[in-house]
Design a protein around this ligand. Structure first.
Ligand code: CTP
Length: 409
């Protein structure tokens, strides 16, 4: 029996050449026992007649926000009712425009209104021209949706309707159905009951009451890891330095400022966690005895002002003796001898995995939404290089690597 048996699914169809494939999708979902209702955007109806879907689903097709009044007296709440009825909503194909609307919370047609009112999980399968798909606006909208827990069935590479070739072709129909099935089988919650501790952002080391030493870390990588782990069902605590980012859904956040505070917070949670992922860019030095007031320029007697520094605690090394069977993951930012330096840190910090990136590589490093990393493991030490990915997808890859290392539950 399929995990889809008896499940109620809203199939959303958008205006794409691939809209005809939704008819096959509908049949496949029904074939596995799902009850399907179809919702179309007005432009989808330019590609396939609603009659096709209403005949196949044995139900009316929902499209108009304000349909002919004689059909219903409860028009105003249809989108809410349907949203409550569903166990899941699958939008396939979904266009760049509908992705953008959902990312922004715009509800200007029946389909986007349902999405906004939906309590059930959302799965999307994009289909569009390759240039539209790789446009930074689209990639950042998709990343935003993934962070919110939307499951994305990535499009395939191949010949597109434009005659050009590239990524953007709707994923294979059977593959999409398999993803929906996997979703109901619970595979997307493969980190359920796992306790994951993540650190993120920079630390700030005060010079006096108003000045500090810090670094360029934006915290985006750590927040992506926390968000991805929570979306996979983990219990996540995020200890972060000062950053301008919203707390991801279902993540417990602890704000710290200095390396010493971050150390205290991490040390206090070691016993609790199954895995520690240290993405934080911890400042290596702190200022000795910073005064609790602003230092005046005149206080420096003569010549070049000097600040005396003291080494900060190495958080990973300090908690290493309490590692036990926990999985420890470090991050390394290296501009030279990337892999060789990362290997040394893997050993010296007792890590299971180290994720290394070079901020000189385009699309990698501070502040960007993307990253290009290599992952080294304690077991083989061979670097697995990942392509340029969104930080969320990098996070998913790291979690894939952590999963088999966690002790059996
Ligand atoms: N780290 C830590 N405590 C520190 C400094 C770093 O736990 N005081 C962690 C980071 O969170 C990261 C890993 O160690 O996961 C590697 O950090 P990195 O700054 O690259 O290494 P350092 O040990 O500081 O070495 P260097 O700055 O000389 O490259």
């Amino acid at each position: 029996m399929s995990a889809l048996t008896g499940k109620r699914i809203i199939l959303g169809v958008c205006g794409s050449i691939a809209a005809y494939k939704s008819a096959f999708l509908l049949r496949e979902l029904q074939g596995r026992g799902a009850e399907v209702r179809v919702v179309m955007t007005p432009s989808a109806a330019e590609f396939v007649a609603p009659l096709t879907f209403s005949a196949l689903s044995h139900n009316q097709v929902y499209m108009e926000m304000f349909p002919d009044r004689k059909h219903s007296s409860a028009v105003g709440t249809w989108h809410i009712d349907l949203g409550l009825w569903a166990d899941a909503m699958l939008v396939a194909p979904i266009t760049a425009s509908t992705i953008a609307k959902i990312a922004q919370g715009i509800s200007d047609n029946f389909l986007t209104s349902i999405v906004l009112a939906l309590r059930a999980p959302l799965i999307i399968a994009p289909a569009m021209d390759a240039d539209m798909y790789i446009h930074p606006a689209t990639t950042s909208n998709i990343a935003k949706l993934k962070e919110r827990g939307v499951v994305v069935v990535e499009p395939e590479e191949g010949e597109l309707a434009s005659g050009l070739s590239g990524v953007g072709r709707l994923a294979d129909v059977t593959g999409i159905v398999r993803e929906v099935e996997r979703f109901f089988e619970g595979h997307h919650l493969d980190l359920a009951r796992r306790k994951i501790l993540v650190t993120a952002g920079p630390t700030q080391e005060p010079i006096d009451a108003v000045r500090f030493i810090s670094n360029r870390s934006s915290g985006k990588m750590g927040f992506a890891v926390a968000s991805a782990a929570a979306n996979r069902g983990a219990d996540v605590k995020l200890i972060t330095g000062p950053v301008a980012l919203e707390t991801p859904r279902n993540v417990r956040r602890v704000n710290v400022s200095t390396a010493d505070q971050m150390f205290e917070a991490v040390a206090g949670e070691i016993e609790w966690c199954d895995a520690l992922i240290m993405t934080a860019a911890v400042a290596d030095y702190k200022v000795l005895n910073p005064p609790d007031r602003k230092i005046k320029k005149t206080e420096f007697v003569q010549g070049t002002p000097r600040i005396e520094l003291a080494e900060n605690v190495d958080i990973l090394k300090s908690v290493a003796p309490r590692k036990g069977r926990r999985v420890f993951v470090g991050f390394a930012l290296e501009t030279d001898d990337t892999i060789a330096n990362a290997k040394k840190k893997l050993v010296s910090k007792s890590l299971d995995l180290i994720v290394v990136n070079n901020p000189r590589v385009e699309g990698a490093g501070f502040g960007t939404d993307t990253n290009r990393v290599a992952i080294l493991s304690e077991k083989d030490q061979d670097a697995v290089e990942l392509p340029l990915l969104s930080k969320y997808d990098v996070a998913m890859n790291i979690l894939d690597r952590i999963l088999p290392l966690l002790p059996q539950k």
